[in-house]
Design a protein around this ligand. Structure first.
Ligand SMILES: [Zn+2]
Length: 609
């Protein structure tokens, strides 16, 4: 028998088997149990997160006559036929290859006919964003007059490419990235079932490398299995995933925090010698330092076993530098990551970086460091001579960088922007599509309510979740949404990756307020800007006293209070809640002009996924 890929053999056949999508699967099951089935769905989310699997399970569940708590039985003829792709009434279409108008017209014509064997005809259109405009129009016509007993399930990795006219006619479900923990659990389960031996650390390496895609995790697992003769070993997992070996990174970390720049430069070369490119090295280093920071905050915040290192390693590393120094290092890394995108000489940047990191001591930052007293002694140990040498090295390296930057290769980019706003750092993905609807309906009253029960909400969460939210606070709220801002971008990212956290928060909020509220996260440094952009885009700066007042007849009913003058605006972070804005200082127009002053009229790039 030829070998079958794991992700095919172990494709989930029940909602319960779909990893990491509890919110989606529970909602779908409820819809089936209560017979509230819509005629069109949109399953949006990153690749390999279970969208088409969920679509097929749904197709079975709506047709199976032996439902068990909303799950298909997988035993009856209909279930089996759908699983094997042999039921004529369940039609799978890959829009990536069938993107023509003809194919969709064909659907339109055939959809009219009642299902032949099943109760419902189900069309699953994968990668639906690939359809041509003509095909979308044809699809829209069908969705506008949906034939009875026909269900459309549209799946996509890029929902923003789908016309709004289509979006408004479907029920949308967002599939989340699979957490490393969930991917680990699923792989462990599969290997246990197959009686294959494995090192747990290897599974963690694979789970992390898969970056949120279950299918990717299983594909890597397949490779490691073929590599190591039906065993899963850590060394092989590291080779296959190409992750920089943690041991080298740990060595590098101790060297830079110990201010040993010469040794650190050697280690960096070793790491690059392993065939890693510079960008990957920096990404690995950022997540490495992030883990150390989280461990410092509270060891429960990270799953040590998922890192390939031990608890002792982390205990040592978290003492090697104060949090302020680690934050500075992450800043340096973020900066260099930006700059390196335009260079053909990454080595020089990495050398400068290494020297700079070796100099970071957390002192330059004004923020009081909790463990500041521990650092003074290490700083003292550095002789003045070493410092001078390092300064000389940095100067010469910086000169080289400057030369390179003015070289033709680098000068091809439009007018050099010396100080790009931090918000343009990559990797921080803000979901404007979820934020703006909350802003549209936000009121101070809702915000005050949420702020009032924030502590109570936190007390409902697990310890790691609580410590993660320790640096967050609600900044806007509506009757069905809450926007939560995080002090640090990397903690924001951590929260975004945690599907359980969102679910627990939403559940907690519902228990406390009785309202179903959607929770959206933002990094704090981006929040004022998102708010300003929203005000600007929605013309909320128009109702200003200094502008010629409109005739009374045209004016919306409003009183002189600030609340009605500024439509549902949430307060600025830090602004006293519930009080009217004082003077022009916090008036919307002023906010906008300030925003323009600061950022120009150029639209700040915020990725909208
Ligand atoms: Zn069945």
């Amino acid at each position: 028998m030829s070998y079958q890929a794991l992700y095919r053999v172990w494709r989930p056949q029940r909602f319960d088997e779909l990893v990491g999508q509890q919110v989606v699967t529970q909602t779908l099951k409820n819809a089936i149990i209560t017979h509230q089935i819509s005629h069109a769905y949109l399953f949006a989310g990153p690749r390999g997160t279970g969208k088409t699997s969920a679509a097929k399970i749904f197709a079975k569940a709506v047709n199976c006559h032996h439902l068990e708590d909303g799950e298909p039985c997988n035993k009856c003829d209909l279930c089996k036929a759908i699983t094997n792709g042999q039921l004529n009434d369940v039609i799978e279409i890959d829009a990536a290859s069938n993107n023509g108008v003809e194919e969709i017209r064909d659907i339109r014509d055939k959809a009219k006919y009642a299902p032949t064997q099943a109760d419902y005809k189900v069309y699953i259109i994968d990668e639906v964003h690939m359809l041509s405009t003509g095909a979308f129009n044809a699809l829209l016509k069908t969705l506008e007059e949906p034939p009875a007993n026909v269900i459309f399930i549209l799946a996509t990795t890029e929902p923003h490419k789908i016309p709004l006219t289509i979006i408004s006619r479907v029920q949308r479900f967002d599939f989340r990235r699979i957490s490393a923990k969930d991917a680990f659990g699923r792989m462990k389960y599969i290997l246990d079932q197959k009686n294959v031996e494995y090192e747990e650390k290897a599974l963690w390496v694979i789970a992390n490398a898969a970056e949120g895609g279950m299918r990717d995790a299983l594909s890597i697992l397949d490779q490691v299995l073929s590599f190591s003769d039906n065993q899963v070993k850590l060394a092989d997992a590291l080779t296959v995933t190409g992750s920089v070996t943690k041991q080298l990174l740990e060595k590098y970390f101790f060297e830079v925090t110990g201010h040993q720049s010469a040794e650190a430069l050697d280690t960096m070369k070793d790491i690059l010698g392993e065939g890693k490119d510079g960008q990957r090295f920096i990404e690995d280093l950022i997540s490495f330092i992030r883990d150390v920071l989280l461990y410092q905050e509270s060891p429960e915040l990270i799953m040590v076993e998922s890192t390939g290192l031990t608890d002792e390693d982390f205990a040592k590393m978290s003492k090697a530098a104060p949090a302020t120094a680690l934050y500075q290092m992450i800043d340096e890394l973020n900066n260099i990551q930006e700059e390196m995108r335009f260079t053909t000489h990454p080595d020089v940047y990495l050398e400068v970086l290494t020297v700079k990191l070796s100099q970071v001591d957390g002192q330059a930052n004004v923020q009081p460091a909790p463990q500041a007293n521990e650092t003074t002694s290490t700083v003292d140990q550095n002789t003045q001579q070493t410092i001078e040498q390092l300064q000389a090295t940095v100067k010469s390296l910086q000169a080289t960088v400057k030369k390179l930057q003015s070289a033709p290769a680098a000068s091809t980019r439009p007018a050099k922007q010396p100080s790009q706003p931090r918000v343009q750092q990559r990797k921080v993905e803000v979901k404007l599509s979820q934020i703006n609807p909350v802003l549209g309906k936000a009121t101070r009253r809702d915000l005050v309510e949420i702020q009032g029960l924030w502590q109570e909400l936190l007390s409902k969460l697990s310890v790691p979740q609580r410590s993660l939210l320790h640096v967050s606070k609600p900044v806007a709220a509506s009757e069905d949404g809450v926007i939560v801002a995080f002090d640090y971008a990397f903690l924001f990212q951590q929260a975004m990756d945690d599907s359980e956290l969102l679910a627990s928060m939403e559940q907690g909020l519902q228990e406390l307020t009785g309202n179903e509220r959607h929770v959206v996260f933002v990094p704090k440094d981006k929040w004022p800007q998102i708010r300003r952009e929203y005000i600007k885009e929605h013309g909320l700066d128009k109702h200003q006293p200094q502008q010629s007042p409109r005739p009374a007849s045209q004016q919306p009913v409003q009183s002189a209070t600030s609340e009605s003058e500024q439509p549902p605006l949430p307060p600025e972070p830090g602004e006293p809640v519930g009080e009217p804005p004082t003077s022009a200082e916090s008036g919307p127009t002023d906010t906008v002009s300030k925003a323009q002053e600061l950022f120009g009229s150029e639209i700040v790039k915020v990725e909208d996924n």
